[in-house]
Design a protein around this ligand. Structure first.
Ligand code: HEM
Ligand code: HEM
Length: 177
């Protein structure tokens, strides 16, 4: 089996590229929200926040590819170290899908034009708003976003705890040979 694919001992190149590119984009996504909340109206806030929707759109696209790849590879991945780890990864996947999905739904329902990367992705409309498309994100988008940040911090901590406290060195599966 080529290095592209996962196997029982380690994740392959495709999984690693998806994992680390999304980690970098999510890192930036949380810079945008932290700057927006902690440094409102600063230069960092105005620049970073202007990229929040486009970064979120990229993450939406990547997570769909990643979910497809994870499903395709489901029988040849390293087994999770515990059922809690498995549940944690599933929750991360769930949040990574739901958070941008409901935001894009709200964007559409607002009737406002949505332009990202120079492309008009939603032309917008002028006859009112679609309330049921707006409600889920208004209720949950931000809260689930902060929950995701907390889970990611826990996830990173667990990776290092496993590496340094003996047992399975899970980090090697995602970065090693
Ligand atoms: C994985 C992707 C995303 C993450 C982790 C994320 C995270 C967050 C977080 C934590 C907040 C709350 C900030 C606060 O408390 O003030 C927020 C707000 C917001 N996000 Fe996102 N976001 C993502 C994708 C998107 C996308 C795709 C869009 C739109 C197309 C979007 C539009 C907004 C808007 C308009 C707000 C301000 C209103 C609100 O708090 O709901 N986000 N986002
Ligand atoms: C920033 C956002 C991150 C998210 C959303 C995330 C999500 C995930 C998910 C869903 C998995 C399961 C395998 C997969 O399907 O890809 C995983 C595995 C893993 N991640 Fe992350 N990750 C993030 C960042 C990090 C960082 C910064 C580290 C480094 C310390 C890390 C270390 C690992 C390791 C070691 C595994 C393998 C765990 C195992 O095989 O049991 N992750 N990650």
């Amino acid at each position: 089996m080529s290095n592209l694919h996962d196997c029982a001992q380690r994740y392959g190149t495709v999984t690693r590229l998806l994992h680390w590119s999304m980690a970098v984009l999510l890192g930036w996504q949380f810079v945008t929200v932290l700057a927006h909340v902690l440094l409102p109206d600063s230069a960092l806030d105005s620049f970073a926040w202007s990229t929040h929707k486009a970064t979120g759109l990229l993450l939406m696209i990547l997570v769909v590819i990643r979910l497809g790849w994870a499903f395709y590879s489901r029988n040849r991945r390293p087994t999770a170290v515990s059922s809690l780890a498995r549940l944690g990864h599933l929750t991360l996947y769930g949040l990574l899908f739901v958070i941008p999905f409901i935001a894009l739904l709200r964007q559409y329902g607002s009737g406002r034009e949505f332009v990202a990367f120079g492309m008009t992705l939603m032309p917008g409309f002028s006859d009112g708003k679609i309330e049921w498309m707006i409600a889920p994100a208004s209720l949950l988008h931000g809260n689930l976003g902060w929950l995701l940040l907390a889970l990611i911090i826990g996830h990173v901590a667990m990776a290092f705890i496993h590496r340094h406290q003996g047992g399975e060195d899970v980090l090697a599966r995602m970065i090693g040979k």
